[in-house]
Design a protein around this ligand. Structure first.
Ligand code: UDP
Length: 481
């Protein structure tokens, strides 16, 4: 940077999967709105999913661009549509990234920790490096203290609850809910996954906001020694126009007008939204249980049936049709106008913020959790993998804005899924959340309050707004030394 008035130049290097790419693109927009010159670095294929919205941002005057890293013709990142898992190898981007950084030398680069090789490459260029890991503070504190105190080694079986020591609240988990690598004796690999890229970094940016988890932000900074952490979320709130919300992450699989007219015909808080994020593949048998549970609950719903796990020979058995629903289910839901099924990608932000939506059945992915909080919508929690079981604890036990469906077994991305939660549990949880009882009303009230706090955080003078400014100031002072 050569003059005092020139903007801070920030590069953003998102991962190539939905749940990590989507928030990083938003973070790039947020810093552009704060005056940084933001550049998003990605492969040509992955740029396609957000190119249009960045074009719109440029037209409205935001200093943001995309730079694509060119790969030789026969090389591609081995993901399918929005579904790179944390194990996907992106190292073919290493050389193109190096040469870009050599040419450009930005004031800093924000990179996703799932580009496992990127910390070393950026360090070797001596460019200030900021890590994005996609998680909240609470789950980091939980996993860190499990690693440190090993409470899971003092119980007699995988389903016996233990308290995670040292945390601001009494948080109980079972071994069955921990990532497999966190359960093992030598453990530490979850810790390494986070700690390694953060070593020698300038700091981390977190998609969360202070008022959501104040005790954990303090604990994370002071007790766990992460003082260089900036909380700039909820980042999804930077999507203010309808196109950006509708196209966020992917083109929707259904005309959004159809969704909105379905929702417009419903009473306030009467519709349950169901989605398991960008990656989860549910077993067909599990979809069947969800369908029966939803039907029995008698509540209206929008159900996003995303990826379905297909093992050979599961077709047309046990009353499961080829589309994995009970016979006649979709027709019954259509005729009674009770349910809308979306196969593929849904405009989640548009749905969550509609007044008719009163609950979200979620896999507790951090983005979905925070988007639900931002919209003031309480949840039915159904964690499956990653840090989702910790997120469930935050939602249900700390914030008290969720009903647990009763999912108790952590499963890895690579395991064949099963029907882990039966229809009765689905029905009970949906009725508890969507019903008219005192418990549901309280959860809704608390969720509404948090939604207001979320919006305040990103407005001028709010904690996330101030943190974004503070990071920019710090980068300015470093780059001008
Ligand atoms: N998402 C969406 N439409 C879909 C599925 C997912 O817009 O049909 C978005 C959702 O809003 C969120 C992200 O994809 O921003 C999913 O991230 P999350 O952390 O919840 O879960 P993951 O996909 O990483 O498991």
């Amino acid at each position: 940077m050569d003059s005092k008035s020139s903007p801070v130049e920030m590069f953003f290097f998102p991962y190539v999967g939905g749940g990590h790419q989507i928030p990083m693109v938003d973070i790039a927009r947020i810093f552009a709105a704060h005056g940084a010159k933001s550049t998003i670095i990605t492969s040509p294929k992955h740029a396609r999913s957000f190119q249009q919205s960045i074009n719109r941002n440029q037209q409205s005057g935001l200093p943001i661009t995309i730079k694509t890293l060119h790969l030789p013709d026969d090389i591609e990142i081995p993901d399918t549509d929005m579904s790179a898992t944390p194990r996907t190898d992106t190292s073919m981007l290493q050389e193109p990234l190096k040469s870009l950084l050599l040419d450009s030398r930005p004031d800093c680069i924000v990179h996703d920790m799932f580009h496992h090789w990127s910390a070393d490459v950026i360090n070797s260029m001596n460019i200030p490096r900021i890590v994005f890991n996609g998680n909240c503070c609470f789950s980091r504190c939980v996993l860190e203290n499990v690693r440190k105190y090993k409470p899971h080694e003092k119980v007699s079986c995988d389903y016996e609850p233990f308290v995670v020591p040292g945390l601001p609240d009494k948080i109980e988990l079972t071994s069955s809910q921990l990532p497999v690598c966190a359960r093992q004796q030598e453990a530490g690999s979850v810790h390494k996954m986070f700690a390694k890229p953060e070593e020698k970094s300038f700091g981390i940016v977190v998609n969360s906001f202070y008022d959501l988890e104040p005790a954990y932000v303090e604990y994370f900074k002071q007790d766990l020694g992460n003082d260089k952490a900036w909380f700039v979320g909820p980042v999804s709130l930077c999507n203010s126009n309808i196109e950006d919300k509708a196209e966020r992450g992917h083109k929707t699989s259904i005309d959004e007008g159809k969704i909105l007219s379905f929702l417009d015909s419903k009473e306030t808080n009467s519709v349950l939204y169901i989605s398991f994020g960008s990656l989860a593949r549910l077993a067909p048998e599990q979809l069947l249980e969800i369908a029966y549970g939803l039907e029995a609950s008698n509540h209206s719903f929008i159900w996003v049936v995303g990826k379905i796990f297909q093992s050979p020979g599961t077709r047309k058995e046990n009353g499961i049709e080829e589309n994995w629903l009970p016979s006649g289910f979709e027709e019954r839901m259509r005729e009674s106008k009770r349910g809308l099924i979306i196969r593929g990608w849904a405009p989640q932000l548009l749905i969550l913020e509609h007044a008719a939506v009163g609950g979200f059945m979620t896999h507790c992915g951090w983005n979905s959790t925070l988007e639900s909080v931002s919209a003031g919508v309480p949840m039915v929690t159904w964690p499956i993998t990653a840090e989702q079981f910790s997120n469930e604890k935050l939602i249900s036990d700390v914030l008290k804005i969720g009903v647990k469906v009763g999912s108790v077994n952590w499963v890895s991305w690579s395991t064949e899924p099963s029907a882990a939660v039966g229809r009765d549990k689905v029905e009970v949880a949906v009725k508890r959340l969507m019903g008219t009882g005192e418990e549901a009303a309280e959860m809704r009230r608390r969720a509404g309050e948090l939604g207001e706090k979320a919006k305040n955080a990103v407005e001028e003078g709010g904690s996330s707004f101030i943190d974004a400014e503070a990071l920019l100031q710090e980068l300015k002072s470093v780059s001008r030394i």
